[in-house]
Every structure is written in C-alpha cells, then in structure tokens.
Ligand binder design. Structure first.
Ligand code: NAP
Ligand code: MG
Length: 493
C-alpha cells in the first residue's frame, strides 16, 4: 500500500473537519393538523367555496396539510368581523388593556417557539438555525415592543392627538412568514386597529399557528382574522370597501397593481417591496469579516431576503483576494435538510421560485458572466440551489439589475468612492445596502449618499423591532418597525 504523503494527510484532516454528523431537530413536539380552515371572528371556519389547497415541504416535496382557499365572500366575512370588533370592542377598550393582550401573544409565542421554528422550516424550507434564532425570537420581540407602545400612543407625537384608522388589510410574502405577520399585526393592534391578514400561498402554516396562539391569548373575536388563499384572495382584500388601510409586503409588480387599484379610494397604504442591495467593500476593510458579512447577506435564507446583498462592489486592489476568500467560504457552506442544525442553506421555497432562479443563472451565463458554484452535493428530492457567484458582469447585466430572490451574487469592481456610490445607486430599487471599511469618515460619506432605506456598516442583515425599515424608489412607500412603523396605523386629529 502506498504511504500517504504528509501533505495529503493534512488535506484529509482538513476535509473531514467539515463533515458534521446529522443533527436533526426533533419534530415530535410539533402538532400540525391535516387541514386548516379560515380564522374568522375568533373561530376556524370552513371556506365558502369548500375549496382547499396543499401546502408542501419544499425540502421533500411532500404535502404537509391542506389549507382553505378564501374567496370574496370569505374576505367580506372577515372584514365585517374586524369592523364589528373595532367598533364594539377594540376601539373602546382602554389602551393598557389592549397592551396586555399583545404581551400575552408575545409570551405564548415564546413558549411555543420551538414548535413555530420547526413548522417555519418545514413549510418554507429555511434552515432551522435561522427560524430558531432569528425569525421566531424577532417575531415575539415585535409583539413585546409594540405592546409597550399601546398605552403610550398619546406620547408618540408630542403636541398632537392621534387615533386609530379602523380595519387594516395586510398581505405578506413567503420569505419570513411569521416575522412578517408580526411586523404587520403588532403595530396595528397597538395603535388600536383590527386586522385581516393574508399569508402567502406557500407558507400559511405559522400564520395559522399564530391564530391558535391568538385564541389561547383570549384576544376578543374578530380583532385578528387570518385568511389563506392565493393572489385573488389578496386582491379581494385590497379592493374591499370596508378596509381603511392596506399594508403589503411583496414584489414591486404586485405593489404597483395595489397602488393603482386603491388610487382615489382614500385607503391609506404602506408598501414594502423588492430590493437589489449593494454591498461595498473598500480596500481598507477587514476582509475576512467582510467576506463573512457578504456570505450572510446573500446566502442567508437561500437569498430569499428583500434586503439581500445581491450586488457586491469590491475595490479593485482587493478584488482577487475577496473573490478567492468568498469561493473558499462558499465551499464550506452546508446545503440540505432545513431541519438539520448544521445546515447553512435550506431549500428554495417553491418549484416556481427555483425555476425563476435557474432562468437567471442561464441569463447570467448567456450575458457573458463567469459563474462559480460551490461543489456541494444536493439532496435528490426537493428544491435546491448551490450558492452561486458571478464575476465579469456589468452595470447593465440583468442578473445585477433585477431581483432574483435566490442565493446568487453578482460581483463588480470600482476604483474610487464616487464610482462605488454611483454604481450602487444606479438601480430602480433602494431598500438596503452595506459598507465595509476601516474609516468612519468613509462610512458617513457613503451612507449619506446611498439612496436606500437601511444601510449597515461593517455588518449586515441585523434587525431590531425598535428600528424603522423600508425602501426608497421602487422598494416601497412607508416604514415598518419602531415608532415610524406605528405612525401608518394612526391619524393625527
Ligand atoms: P408577491 O408575489 O408580490 O406576493 C406577496 C403577497 O401578495 C402574497 O401573499 C401573494 O399571494 C399576494 N398577492 C399576489 N398577487 C396579489 C394581488 N394581485 N393583489 C394582492 N395580493 C396579491 O411576492 P412574493 O413572491 O410572495 O415575495 C417576494 C417579494 O417580496 C420580493 O420581491 C421581496 O423583495 C419582497 N419582500 C419585501 C420586503 C420588504 O420589507 N421590503 C420583505 C419581504 C419580501 P400568493 O402567495 O398566493 O401569490
Ligand atoms: Mg409550503
């Protein structure tokens, strides 16, 4: 037998250090019904049409449960329940009592956090590490934070009095299902409104679990109604005359449809839409830290993040080093079972979304981009995409101008601060961005000139309920989070 050289030995040891034994999160404590009805007026109610659709696990392509498909009549029922609860109960209740209910929801969410995290990962495909450490704790934190505001609304705008709007129609996407529900419901309730919420078609389960939590918290019937369905259900909610305010998070295309359809109706609205964030690495940055931040910014949640740092600008002198270090780091990322605690990148949310991402990979290559993907093995069933980067792309390449919503990074170089700012701003979106540099003065210069709602410096994808979030340009209208997120649910009197 040939003796192994010392070099080979080191290599073997290095590789085996990345092989983790499976560490699956247990599903034993999770209770999922085979079928879910609509949550209207405090009760689970069968849909008018009798129709249901399946929600599947994108990591296994197996059905998890069937879920009711709400039509216009169901939407009408939910809006009427919300109006009745607003007129007769919620708007009349002392603010500090309303606050107690919101605290109770937050506490029950914390108690059931493990169950919620597992269901989020099963229904949407995201790694359990993220749903357990980010989605669910942040969702509970939003309820805690806004519960605190409920009896202090009179102090929110010094010198003015304000009042609630009435019934809010809320529509959310599939990338952070429970967190988006919390972003919507918590400030609306704290400000004294009642709500009808429609989760996304592919990820309805944690919103329905939230309905159970709301029952457990004994919230008066009709204050929160949760109706499942597809785009038509969302459109029926937007167009219902009994709605006072629309809060929408989703694509820019649907946001524009909503804006058109409510024009002239007097309905208030906030729109949290798409993004194509720029991460800018200057030559004086701590490169290893920056690479870690870039990886977190684009590969976190399979790139299904509106503020994903999907465009990377690197100062020319450190381009080769950054690309090499990025490729090395990508090679170590674990793609696979979302319920395994070692997994970095879970499943793509749906077959449709995977199809869209694959289409963009083709476009990138056809446009002359140089594609690099990590070499990891992918499970045989389910929807998966390896972490991917493109070099040799230009300002006009479609993969760097259009939102892909997948783990795909486009890298360009720059020479001067001005060039970096100009290139980063050269896009219809303006949701977020990141700057990596050792110089505080550069951080101030760049962040003040980037046209984006949220900009991180020497970090990325950090969220907090006290901090406002929202877009410039085609990334949206209005803010969520913090005091800013309370204001769209109030009118000054
Ligand atoms: P989407 O297709 O716009 O859907 C969002 C929600 O709207 C879903 O519940 C969808 O229902 C519903 N909907 C579809 N057509 C509708 C219509 N005509 N009227 C009313 N509602 C309608 O977006 P998505 O693909 O689920 O989510 C990804 C997008 O969300 C990305 O563009 C991302 O950037 C954006 N996003 C933005 C933020 C932010 O804070 N700015 C946060 C997260 C995500 P169905 O699921 O049944 O289609
Ligand atoms: Mg699903």
């Amino acid at each position: 037998m040939k003796k192994k050289s010392k070099k080979e030995d080191v290599k073997l040891k290095f590789n085996s250090s990345w092989e983790y034994a499976p560490a699956p999160e247990s599903k034993d404590h999770v209770k999922i019904n085979s079928s879910y009805d609509l949550f209207i007026n405090g009760k689970f109610t069968a849909p008018d049409s009798g129709k249901y659709f399946d929600t599947i696990n994108p990591a296994t392509e197996t059905k998890i449960a069937k879920v009711a498909d709400a039509n216009e009549k169901d939407v009408d029922k939910a809006v009427k329940a919300a109006r009745n609860a607003y007129d007769n109960v919620w708007s009349k209740m002392p603010a500090k009592e309303r606050g107690k209910y919101i605290y109770r929801i937050a506490r029950v969410m914390q108690e059931r956090a493990r169950e919620l995290a597992v269901i989020e990962s099963m229904d949407g495909g995201k790694a359990i590490r993220e749903s357990r450490d980010i989605d669910i704790p942040l969702a509970a934190a939003h309820f805690f934070y806004y519960a605190g505001w409920a009896d202090k609304i009179d102090y929110a705008v010094p010198g003015s009095k304000s009042r609630s709007l009435g019934v809010a129609g809320q529509i959310i996407p599939w990338n952070f299902p429970l967190l988006m529900a919390a972003w919507k419901i918590a400030p609306a309730l704290a400000a004294g409104n009642t709500v009808v919420l429609k989760p996304a078609e592919t990820t309805p389960l944690t919103a329905l679990k939230l309905a159970e939590i709301i029952q457990e918290a004994d919230l008066p019937p009709g204050v929160v109604n949760i109706i499942t369905g597809a785009g038509a259900t969302g459109a029926a909610l937007v167009n219902h005359p009994g709605i006072d305010k629309i809060a929408f998070t989703g694509s820019t295309d649907v946001g524009k449809i909503i804006q058109k359809s409510i024009a002239g109706t007097g309905k208030k609205y906030t729109l949290e839409l798409g993004g194509k964030a720029a991460n800018i690495i200057f030559e004086d940055a701590a490169i290893d830290q920056a690479v870690e931040g870039i990886v977190n910014g684009i590969f976190f949640n399979q790139g299904h993040v509106c503020c994903a740092g999907s465009r990377l600008f690197v100062q020319e002198s450190v381009m080769d080093t950054v690309v090499r270090k990025l490729k090395d780091r990508m090679e170590t990322l674990i793609v696979g079972d979302p319920l395994d605690k070692n997994t970095d990148i879970g499943a793509i949310n749906s077959k449709e979304q995977l199809g869209k991402i694959k289409q963009y990979l083709k476009i990138g290559v056809n446009e002359g981009g140089e594609m690099y993907q990590s070499s990891c093995a992918l499970p045989s069933k389910g929807f998966w995409c390896r972490p991917t980067l493109f070099t040799n792309v230009s300002q006009s390449s479609r993969i760097v101008t259009e939102e892909i919503f997948g783990p795909v990074l486009g890298i360009q170089s720059f020479r001067t601060v001005e060039e970096a700012i100009e290139k980063a701003n050269n896009i219809p979106y303006g949701l977020s961005g990141g700057v990596w540099t050792d110089k505080g003065s550069k951080i101030f210069k760049v962040t003040s000139q980037l046209r984006a709602g949220v900009i991180w410096a020497n970090t990325y994808n950090k969220f907090d309920p006290t901090s406002p979030f929202g877009g410039y340009k085609e990334s949206g209208v209005g803010r969520e989070g913090g005091l800013h997120g309370l204001m769209p649910y109030l009118e000054l009197v």
